[in-house]
Design a protein around this ligand. Sequence first.
Ligand code: OGA
Ligand code: MN
Length: 297
Amino acid sequence: MGQTGGISEPEALETVALTPRIGSQVMVDKEALLSGRHAAQIRALLIQRGAVVVRGVALDDEDLRTVARTLGDLRIGSARRGADGAILSEGDGGVLRVTLDERRNPEYARFLFGNQLWHMDGTYEEVPPFATLLAPVRLSQRGGDTLFANTAAAFADLPEEEQRGLEKLRVVHTMQAALFPAKRDCTVEEFALWSSYPQRSHPLVWQHRSGVRSLVLSTSGAYVEGMEPAESHDLLQRLMIHATQDRYVYRHKWQPGDLAIWDNTATMHRVEPFDRDSGRELHRCTLNGEEPVTAPI
Ligand code: OGA
Ligand code: MN
């Protein structure tokens, strides 16, 4: 198997669609996953299906880094600079602890409540991350599912005339837009801290090198440049509702040993609210972006 006239072919990879429009499970064992021999196929699947899940692989931090490196450029260190000049680290050698427990992650925990709203990661960066890998360390009893929405499928289903209109627009992404809806009772100081982070304007429609077009939507999207505020608000709300309909969404119910990976450039994600005292913690690797957000011509 794998040898045809001297040319080696990649082993076939068994995959199962989790919903019609987003999410595939890959049937590989831990050894095969760590070896990287399916990496090209998993990458392709990620771009095609938005989210990829592997069950029963129980990766430790070193394993997680290894798998991440087979798929792309593992982010080490930080891409963000805090308002006070402090660099927010992406975690221990490229592994970030995703938890609301400030003792487990003193730098980030105070921002991660925003993960409960639909978002893309790294919209403040010129080149947003390509993909994210998440593996559970401790799960909550209730809540805590992670949901993924396919923003390429959502764009593809819009009437062509509307697509052409959206392709001309740009949206400004800010941290206060991302966080305030998740913490309406924040202090003035917190709001001021969020507002001090750099903001970033991106085209609303991303023309990917692959040919795919997707909506660059996220709760961080504060307003459409040059549009009347009320009109901008209505448009972004309407698109958010459109893109998060059940038919574009895969809900991941975590089991110990899972690995979930998503294409951050053509999906949004969110975590379902969960009990803060649960100690829910997942470990995350981020793969650096490979192309800037580019508008269709
Ligand atoms: C993230 C994120 C969701 C979750 O790590 O970027 O949004 O389920 N996590 O914890
Ligand atoms: Mn996120």
